[in-house]
Design a binder for this molecule. Structure first.
Ligand code: C2E
Ligand code: MG
Ligand code: MG
Ligand code: MG
Length: 278
């Protein structure tokens, strides 16, 4: 394709490619050192009960502060961590840090109900989670109910049988399971009756155009109805406007996560915000 456009384009293209391969290798090497050098940090985005105007839990979102590259967003390095297998040790660090933090919050009287942690595909398949997570919890005296595991539909569909086994084990141990980005994955709804799911997080893309886009309104209303019937908690992601929150609350979705309420922030800021009313 690039060749058709002439020799110069072709050269430019290979140069771009080399550049990208190089950047990636640099990233990979730096990422290997990131854990050891304490460059990873968790930010937390509150989940708010809109009917009571209070923070009920938070989602942990990892950040990478690299001295050369600056703040690298998770979408840039989680995929690399996945491909290289580094996600296993990074994922364990994330769970460790989340446990330490929630136990610390509880000890200072900041009664945050839970921390939700994102689990990636390779972590679910190869992370021995049913053993490693309880070991980490013991280290801090963290209760399983305080940790929620977020999984996307696509992750569950990679190996439904294995997912079912491990998620059943984790649920029996008391961990809560949430479906992230609900409605965007390529999957059937059958998992909702086969897996011990506690919560659905309706994806931001359905929330963006509320309350004006008729189709989105219907999808959201139906999802709320589905959750009521199946006894699942529902959370709406990506609320940026007052009207979106009002629509959701009116339709029976009480829990919201989005910039309108809070952006992801450092732990000490969560502590400060917890005590001021929303
Ligand atoms: P996610 O789990 O769906 O996380 C929600 C993302 O949406 C976060 O972006 C959050 O900052 C953003 N967000 C929340 N509310 C709003 C809003 O009102 N408006 C807009 N525009 N964005 C909003 P972030 O932190 O960049 O994370 C992106 C994705 O990276 C996450 O999507 C998750 O898939 C992945 N990720 C983040 N942290 C971790 C982690 O610790 N482990 C793993 N495995 N993946 C992670
Ligand atoms: Mg998430
Ligand atoms: Mg999400
Ligand atoms: Mg998302």
């Amino acid at each position: 394709q690039a060749k058709e456009r002439g020799k110069n384009t072709y050269r430019f293209y290979t140069h771009e490619l080399t550049q990208r391969v190089y950047e990636r290798l640099t990233m990979e090497n730096s990422l290997r050192k990131a854990l050891k050098n304490n460059e990873l940090i968790l930010h937390y985005q509150p989940q708010v009960d809109m009917s009571e105007n209070k923070i009920i839990g938070v989602e942990a979102l990892v950040r990478w502060n690299n001295p050369d590259m600056g703040m690298v967003p998770p979408v840039k390095f989680i995929p690399i961590a996945e491909e290289t297998g580094l996600i296993i040790s990074i994922g364990e660090w994330i769970i460790d840090e989340a446990c330490r933090q929630i136990v610390h919050w509880k000890s200072e009287g900041v009664e945050i109900g839970y921390i939700a942690v994102n689990i990636s595909a390779k972590q679910l398949m190869h992370g021995n989670l049913e053993k490693t997570i309880p070991l980490i919890l013991d280290k801090y005296g963290c209760k399983p109910e305080w940790i929620e595991l977020e999984l996307t539909e696509s992750i569950l569909m990679e190996d439904p049988e294995y997912s079912k086994n491990i998620l059943t084990l984790l649920s029996e141990k008391g961990f809560k399971l949430a479906i992230d980005d609900f409605g965007t994955g390529y999957s059937s709804l059958a998992y909702l009756k086969n897996l011990p799911i506690h919560k659905l997080k309706i994806d931001k893309s359905f929330v963006d155009n509320l309350p004006f886009a008729a189709a989105d309104c219907e999808i959201v209303k139906s999802t709320i109805h589905l959750c009521k019937g199946l006894n699942l908690t529902i959370v709406a992601e990506g609320i940026e406007q007052k009207e979106q929150g009002e629509f959701l609350l009116r339709e029976g979705c009480m829990i919201a996560q989005g910039y309108y309420y809070f952006k992801p922030m450092a732990a000490d800021l969560v502590t400060q915000n917890f005590h001021i009313s929303i």
